[in-house]
Design a protein around this ligand. Structure first.
Ligand SMILES: Nc1ncnc2c1ncn2[C@@H]1O[C@H](COP(=O)(O)OP(=O)(O)OP(=O)(O)O)[C@@H](O)[C@H]1O
Ligand SMILES: [Mg+2]
Length: 457
């Protein structure tokens, strides 16, 4: 890590001398003549340590120190004091200075040692902050569960694409697990120990998104008090996850395209070109090809993002995954809520299996959580399930898997209609256009009686 030190003193020979010394020690150094100039430069960022005189015209060293400690407390400040001003030094330590030295500085070795220690402490802190963030991330993102052919295909794609630098576009309905896929890509890539930055593109207004992505210079717009690094800079050497990419405006699309082509950009309100080494993963639940046709998404950007395409199918198309997902969520939430739950009875299980899951895995996860909370016994029963799943009352569709006999299809239609009518047989018969007697006979054959005790005749 290359550190940048700022030396502040109104005496030219002292600041030049110190600047020279630290340059020879291999640091980047900037020398400033007074507190105000120093503070201005400091706010642009990337200063790792400050050595400042206390008594200076204009903004004093004390004031500068306090500003740094309130704005960027992690940057160590070493103060220089005149002879016989122990009180000032003590006050500076109280205000958060790392250490102090009296002028004239005689022991240069001691000064360089203090600087070295302060910087290695800073480096440790920066690293542990990063580590904590990563641990947090691991905790949040659980493993991907699923054994269906469709999910195995997804996982296979992930493990093949992750080690490369290719841009990846993840598509699929809301709640299918696109973010989990992005997490898995990052974890399996050679960049796993580098930054993994997520941007939720839909959450930010147009103007904010641009500065969020590319950063801005101080004064680029009202409210831009300091220079700020954007997500592209923060993700350097790592992975940038652009979530809800379908939501970004035309202007930002053009800028994004350029970064993807050249891996270069400028901060908002700035001229300096910043180069980055970044792996892009994007996700959307929109149909981008349709957006391209409508003219709201750029085709060239689409092809840049979609070098590798991972489509996560909706849960209703991989019902084989339901069983393992249900069991896993059941276990998790039972443990979380301290409830000794063993299983699910057949009726409740049938309800879960017949439901359509428009909100996909997210909906299933929420459903299992509320079910566990509601459960009164060790086994889950139908009445513990969320109301819309219990009776299928909200369902206006009946889904019928392929490969069934006509008899079986008829049975499903009758069962589902009856369930949607909350067991009301007259209403069911009316809707299906069959006689009540016929309905009764068929229900007897299916053994449906027990399943629907509610009859409002
Ligand atoms: N295969 C899976 N195994 C375990 N949990 C899953 C799986 N897929 C999704 N989940 C869980 O479902 C929830 C939704 O997943 P995620 O946020 O990744 O969906 P998404 O596709 O990004 O949705 P959106 O488009 O709404 O952002 C999360 O809590 C996630 O942990
Ligand atoms: Mg998401």
């Amino acid at each position: 890590m290359k550190f940048r030190i700022m030396v502040v003193d109104d005496e030219k020979n002292i600041r030049d001398g110190l600047a020279e010394l630290f340059k020879m020690e291999g640091y980047d150094v900037e020398a400033m003549p007074d507190g105000a100039t120093a503070h201005q430069r400091f706010q642009k960022g990337d200063i790792d340590l400050v050595i400042t005189d206390l008594r200076m015209p204009g903004m004093s060293g004390e004031e500068f120190l306090k500003k740094i400690k309130s704005e960027t407390p992690g940057v160590p400040v070493i103060v220089l004091t005149g002879h016989g001003t122990v009180k000032e030094a003590v006050q500076a330590m109280k205000d958060g200075a790392w250490d102090f030295l009296t002028k004239p500085i005689q022991d240069l070795d001691r000064l360089t040692l203090i600087v070295k220690r302060a910087l290695s402490n800073r480096e440790r802190r920066l690293k542990s902050e990063q580590l904590e963030e990563e641990l947090e991330l691991r905790k949040q993102s659980d493993v991907m569960i699923g054994n269906s052919a469709a999910m195995n295909r997804v996982m296979d794609l992930i493990s093949r694409a992750a080690p490369t630098k290719a841009s990846i576009l993840i598509t699929g309905e809301s709640g299918v697990g696109k973010e989990l896929v992005a997490d898995a890509i990052q974890k399996l890539s050679p960049r796993k120990d580098k930054p993994f930055i997520k941007v939720h593109c839909a959450a930010l207004a147009e103007s904010l998104l641009e500065s969020e992505l590319f950063g801005h210079e101080k004064g680029a717009f009202t409210g831009a008090m300091t220079r700020r690094r954007g997500k592209f800079e923060l993700a350097n050497e790592g992975t940038l996850f652009l979530d809800e990419i379908g939501e970004i405006d035309q202007n930002t699309q053009i800028k994004l395209l350029r970064v993807l082509q050249e891996r270069k950009f400028e901060r908002v309100g700035g001229e300096e070109t910043v180069e980055v080494d970044i792996r892009i993963v994007a996700a959307t639940n929109k149909d981008l090809l349709a957006e391209i046709k409508k003219g709201s998404f750029r085709e060239d950007l689409y092809y840049r993002l979609n070098v590798v395409s991972i489509v996560v199918p909706p849960l209703r198309e991989r019902k084989e995954d339901l069983y393992v997902l249900i069991n896993s969520f059941l276990k998790t939430f039972a443990a979380e809520n301290n409830k000794p739950i063993d299983g699910i009875d057949a009726r409740a299980r049938a309800r879960l299996e017949n439901y359509d899951w428009p909100g996909n895995v997210r909906e299933l996860r929420n459903c299992m959580e509320s079910t566990v909370v509601m459960a009164k016994e060790r086994e889950i029963h139908e009445e513990d399930l969320p109301a819309n799943i219990q009776s299928g009352a909200d369902k206006s569709w009946i889904r019928i898997p392929q490969g069934l006999t006509m008899e079986k299809v008829e049975e499903i239609v009758i069962r589902e209609t009856l369930a949607a009518q909350k067991g009301n047989k007259s209403e069911t018969a009316r809707i299906l256009g069959i006689g009540r007697k016929t309905l009764h006979r068929k229900l007897d054959e299916y053994g449906v009686e027990e399943l629907t005790p509610v009859d409002e005749e």
